[in-house]
Design a protein around this ligand. Structure first.
Ligand code: ADP
Ligand code: ZN
Ligand code: ZN
Length: 732
């Protein structure tokens, strides 16, 4: 019988639109019957050899036979892209209008098998003593020393042995040749360490029990996603832990996503206490080698729980049972780079659909999208209305900063907050102070001509940092010295305005020298491990005040915090952004939730300029549903998400070409039936220049998916980069 000839459809790892399609290759005899979908292969491509992934087989040759090339070899024994992962990649490419090669990258182990960033398992040589009685030459003293060490230890790492005996590798090799020792390769796991804590399984409260029951009901039934809406401190994590324990009992795996890498150690410790070594962590702050080892451990099924930031949603668990997206409303769950700008919650939902796993979305302040879906019945809405152990939600006091100003207070601290901070002295109580700007002063303005110091590459104002006495651009890497005179009118009256976290710290240190402070923002956490060190200072009580940006609002659990202060809470409200109210409400509720989590009641002081804004008012009352009702009615009126889908098409490059590209795209959309009313723009983006590139954008509002149409966007000037952002978070 004649064997049917098959051709392999391969996606090559070359990140460019022009090559983002399936290329046919022939299958060499040595691979016949061995090659499977999801295999990683080495293929000739142009004049190079590149990595590729087998995504289909076909019996028909679609190119001329003389152009057909053959696969060179397999790069792994096993197909490393699981079938459901392949499906997920296809969905990502279609839904987010991106490159399939990029979508597949999410599914692959870190690093490459071939080319740049090559990684492998860490191999170490182990030496075992076989025969101590071999004859050595008289002058072989180093070898003798090695034998002595081996007589003591029996088995030892080659590197250690050579070092200890002050010997060379070649003399170790001669020992092996003589038959005295055996040298073998051993894979060493680059382990990710965590601090063990004691964490006994807790007896669930009534509300927690009911929540767990709903989760299990869905999991074993129709598998609707569960939206766990629980006030801060209601014990959501305990529910995750117990839901996961059941999944593990069935031999399946769980993925737990957290919004911030800094929260992984805390989670890791708690999960480690319950589930021991069968936990893993995946995020970008690990070294390439660490990530590589974790990936394979997960792929091989040696892990029961994966904890990580957004990209861990792609962890290659072979038998997934559950995904938890904790603090699902957080903006950090949106991928803001590359051609596939995914929303983690939606990817998780898709992955659960493809694998039969259950999804839990947890939050004290669910995103409007999720709550809306829950009210429509697409999600099972489960509520936790009380904190555990009858702890009250903290009282939130609003301080009107306009009145403070009228009364002669020109400082950044209101009377109430200043007094409350002073009250910490001599106690073990702690405070968290939130300021949502970093740097010292947020802009520099000439009092004579009104000139604002701007970045030469971006249309944004520069922030002065005291630490290096420089003006910084927070969007690109530009830094410059503060000039003595105004660059426009040469006046000497350049003045600094606006308060950033650096200034808050220095003011507090001056006013309250007895209270030690630490600061958590992207300036102080640049170095590896800095984040953990700062949180530890605070957790141990060595520091009494934690000052920080948004970072301090998320998920932290410190029982001694009795005071939370928020400086200018409504700054975010003035952003020209449809999500400004939602973000303000979430931030205030979340940061207030950090207070009063232990035995002592908490107090929250919020300084505002618009105390009557509904987002501020609802946050003060801990009133999520009140906020939701008002905000959703605005969204409905304006036909904004969740009633429509937003799509942002951003063009960037040289001024003229960029504008031309935006206009070309507009013409295309109109010609393909998109209504004029549903296109905002094209217009320069609010930040119309970034990193030296001009920016134009179109924002589409659509009730049905436009993804298919957007795959056909017309070609524009090659200097112009076009990004399609489905469900964008920011429109700046
Ligand atoms: P959330 O994530 O909802 O803000 P956490 O899960 O961090 O809340 O829980 C808040 C605190 O309550 C934690 O210190 C946790 O150990 C404790 N806790 C949770 N559930 C219980 C319970 N059933 N009994 C006693 N303490 C609990
Ligand atoms: Zn000037
Ligand atoms: Zn800049």
């Amino acid at each position: 019988m004649q064997r049917e000839v098959l051709y392999a459809g391969v996606i090559v790892d070359v990140r460019a639109e022009a090559v983002d399609r399936i290329f046919q290759y022939s299958i060499p005899d040595k691979l016949a019957g061995k090659l499977e979908l999801g295999h990683r292969v080495l293929v000739p491509f142009g004049h190079r050899r590149v990595e590729g992934y087998v995504v289909e087989f076909s019996g028909e040759l679609e190119i001329s036979a003389d152009r057909l090339k053959s696969i060179i070899r397999l790069l792994d024994e096993e197909p490393i892209i699981l079938p459901a992962q392949m499906e997920l990649a296809r969905w990502l490419r279609n839904h987010y209008v991106g490159l399939l090669s990029e979508a597949l990258q999410f599914m692959l182990p870190p690093g490459n098998r071939y080319g740049k960033e090559r990684v492998g398992f860490k191999q170490q040589q182990m030496v075992t003593l076989v025969n101590p009685d071999v004859e050595l030459r008289a002058n072989a003293t180093a070898q003798r020393r090695m034998l002595e060490i081996l007589l003591d230890k029996g088995r030892i790492l080659a590197s250690e042995l050579v070092k200890k005996a002050r010997a060379s590798y070649s003399s170790l090799e001669s020992l092996a040749k003589l038959g005295a020792v055996q040298i073998e390769d051993k894979v060493l796991e680059r382990k990710v360490a965590w601090e063990p804590v004691s964490d006994p399984t807790l007896v669930l409260t009534e509300e927690q029990t009911a929540a767990l029951r709903e989760i299990n009901k869905e999991r074993k039934g129709s598998r609707r996603p569960v939206l766990l809406h629980g006030v801060t401190g209601s014990g959501k994590t305990e529910i995750y832990l117990q839901a996961i324990a059941e999944v593990i009992k069935e031999g399946r795996q769980a993925i737990v996503l957290v919004p911030e890498i800094a929260l992984t150690p805390q989670m890791l410790s708690r999960f480690g206490a319950r589930f021991g070594d069968r936990i893993s962590v995946l995020h970008s702050a690990l070294s390439l080698g660490e990530r590589f080892d974790q990936w394979w451990k997960i792929y091989n099924g040696d892990v029961s729980v994966v904890i990580g930031a957004r990209s861990a949603v792609f962890a290659p668990t072979p038998n997934l049972g559950l995904i938890v997206v904790d603090e699902e409303h957080e903006g950090t769950y949106k991928q803001e780079q590359g051609s596939i700008r995914y929303v983690t919650r939606d990817v998780a939902e898709k992955r659960c659909e493809l694998t039969g796993a259950q999804l839990i979305l947890g939050s004290a302040t669910p995103s409007l999208e999720s709550y809306h879906r829950a009210l429509k019945g697409e999600y099972n809405l489960v509520q936790l209305t009380k904190r555990v152990e009858e702890r009250p939600l903290p009282a939130v006091e609003l301080v009107d900063m306009r009145r403070e100003f009228e009364e002669g207070n020109r400082t950044m601290l209101s009377g109430a907050l200043r007094e409350a901070i002073a009250g910490l002295a001599g106690t073990e109580n702690q405070a968290i102070i939130l300021i949502n700007r970093r740097g010292y002063s947020t802009f520099v303005l000439c009092r004579e001509c009104g000139h604002v110091m701007e970045c030469p590459n971006c249309s944004v104002s520069l922030t002065w940092h005291r630490s290096d006495n420089r003006l910084h651009c927070h969007y690109c890497l530009h830094r410059e010295v503060l000039p003595p005179n105004c660059p426009r009118c040469a006046s000497r009256y350049l003045r600094q305005f606006g308060v950033g976290s650096e200034q808050v710290q220095s003011v507090l240190n001056e006013e309250f020298p007895e209270l030690r402070t630490v600061r958590l923002d992207s300036d102080t956490t640049r170095r590896k491990g800095a984040h953990q060190r700062i949180l530890k200072e605070f957790a141990s009580g060595r520091a009494q005040i934690l000052i920080g940006t948004q970072m301090v609002a998320k998920g932290l659990d410190f029982p001694n915090v009795t005071l939370v202060g928020v400086l200018s809470a409504d700054l975010a409200l003035n952003f020209p952004d449809i999500r400004a109210s939602e973000r303000t409400f979430q931030l205030l509720t979340q940061v207030a939730g950090r207070s009063g989590r232990g035995d002592l009641p908490g107090r929250v002081i919020v300084q505002v300029y618009e105390p009557n804004h509904f987002a501020v008012q609802c946050a003060q009352r801990h009133d999520y549903t009140g906020f939701y009702r008002q905000e959703i009615s605005f969204r409905r009126k304006l036909n904004y998400p969740p009633f429509s889908q937003l799509i942002r098409i951003l063009c960037s490059g040289p001024a003229e070409e960029t504008k031309e590209a935006a206009l070309t795209i507009e013409r295309f959309l109109l010609s393909r039936g998109v209504s004029r009313d549903n296109i905002l723009g094209p217009a320069p983006a609010p930040i119309d220049r970034l990193k030296g590139r001009y920016r134009w954008q179109l924002v589409l509002k659509s009730e049905e998916s436009l993804s298919e149409l957007l795959h056909e966007l017309p070609a524009v000037d090659p200097e112009v980069r076009v990004i399609v952002d489905i469900d964008p978070l920011f429109l700046m």
